[in-house]
Design a binder for this molecule. Structure first.
Ligand code: AMP
Ligand code: MN
Ligand code: MN
Length: 323
């Protein structure tokens, strides 16, 4: 509670507030960031600067107020904010080139739900058991008796919905359904949101997903499933960077899969890895490479091309199957 009160005091005292979402933004970080921004506007009559690092994914272009967000490239790096807030940002390096602005701020808040979060802010509201950043923001709003309107409810609902994989993943607690129900009561339309989140994929994204599954490699009696997407694949499918979202989940849907891995080739001989599992704690594998996340969903970037990165990953994955 103390942290929550400190957070409110920090908002009250700040004349300039900036909120950061994480690189390769997803529905949770965007919904939580914009939802929190609108909560601050509604309850404290203060406008915040909301920063998207990288490109706005096509799939979330429908989010209310997304057009009011600014891109990291347009940020003045010399500006010192009174308060900088990170939402759903597991580790400071997930703020990429915005870390200096965050840490130069007079006060910093870190609102998150990743177990690997190391409390990098002055005020840390990190709930490792919460489903999503959206759930944490909603609990803050409830705890402080903040007013909420239907658009804010929609943003927080989208954050919770997408991070629980449509109320399916292991982070789907009874609390999640209680909060979802409360948010729906505020006037949002769950069917419409479902369609926007899950039935509005660009064709190239669906085709890239199919291609990635078709090319999957299976090891250890099919317990490990991985697939590699190269820069050329991305070009051939005319795919934007967020079009690979969902591929590792599709691999995990196979009954034999215990660990699913997507390796995506990045420029400069680097590889972005998405790990998913059913029982194994894959955040431990991600942490070996400086990444992190949750037990059953984690990620990291490896400073090697996919063909080399996969060997090290396979070694660690095999070991963790036997632990
Ligand atoms: P992704 O595979 O990118 O969808 O990420 C899966 C989960 O791991 C998400 O909760 C991410 O926030 C988290 N994650 C991904 N990459 C990193 C990283 N480099 N450091 C910490 N957490 C990460
Ligand atoms: Mn996220
Ligand atoms: Mn999240």
């Amino acid at each position: 509670m103390n942290n929550i009160l400190n957070f409110q005091t920090a908002i009250e005292q700040a004349n300039s507030i900036v909120i950061f979402s994480h690189v390769n933004p997803d529905g949770d970080t965007l919904g939580s960031m914009i939802g929190l921004s609108k909560l601050i506007e509604l309850n404290f009559n203060k406008k915040t600067t909301n920063v998207i690092i990288g490109k706005t994914p096509d799939t979330y272009a429908f989010l209310p107020y997304i057009n009011e967000c600014v891109c990291n490239q347009d940020m003045d790096k010399s500006k010192v904010y009174d308060l900088a807030i990170a939402v759903d940002v597991a580790a400071k390096d997930r703020m990429s080139d915005m870390q200096d602005i965050y840490f130069n701020a007079k006060n910093t808040a870190n609102i998150d739900h990743h177990i690997t979060n190391n409390n990098y802010g002055n005020i840390n509201i990190v709930k490792g058991f919460a489903s999503s950043g959206g759930e944490v923001v909603y609990e803050i709003a409830k705890g402080l008796n903040w007013k909420i309107n239907s658009e804010i409810a929609e943003l927080l609902y989208i954050a919770i919905l997408t991070d629980t994989g449509g109320f399916r993943f292991e982070n789907t607690s009874s609390k999640v359904f209680t909060y979802a129900s409360e948010l729906i009561e505020m006037g949002l339309n769950p069917t419409q949101i479902y369609r926007q989140c899950y039935e509005s994929k660009p064709k190239a994204m669906a085709l890239l997903n199919a291609y990635a599954i078709q090319n999957a490699v299976f090891r250890e009696n099919d317990k490990i499933a991985y697939t590699i997407i190269t820069k050329d694949d991305m070009k051939n499918f005319n795919a934007k960077s967020d079009y690979t979202e969902g591929i590792s989940e599709t691999l995990r849907q196979i009954n034999s899969t215990e660990i699913a891995m997507l390796l995506k080739e990045l420029p400069n001989q680097m590889t972005k890895v998405s790990l998913r599992s059913k029982k194994v704690d894959v955040s431990k594998i991600a942490e070996v490479f400086g990444g992190g996340g949750h037990h059953y969903a984690a990620g990291c970037t490896i400073q090697k091309p996919p063909k080399i990165a996969v060997e090290k990953l396979l070694e660690l994955a095999k070991k963790s199957l036997n632990e």
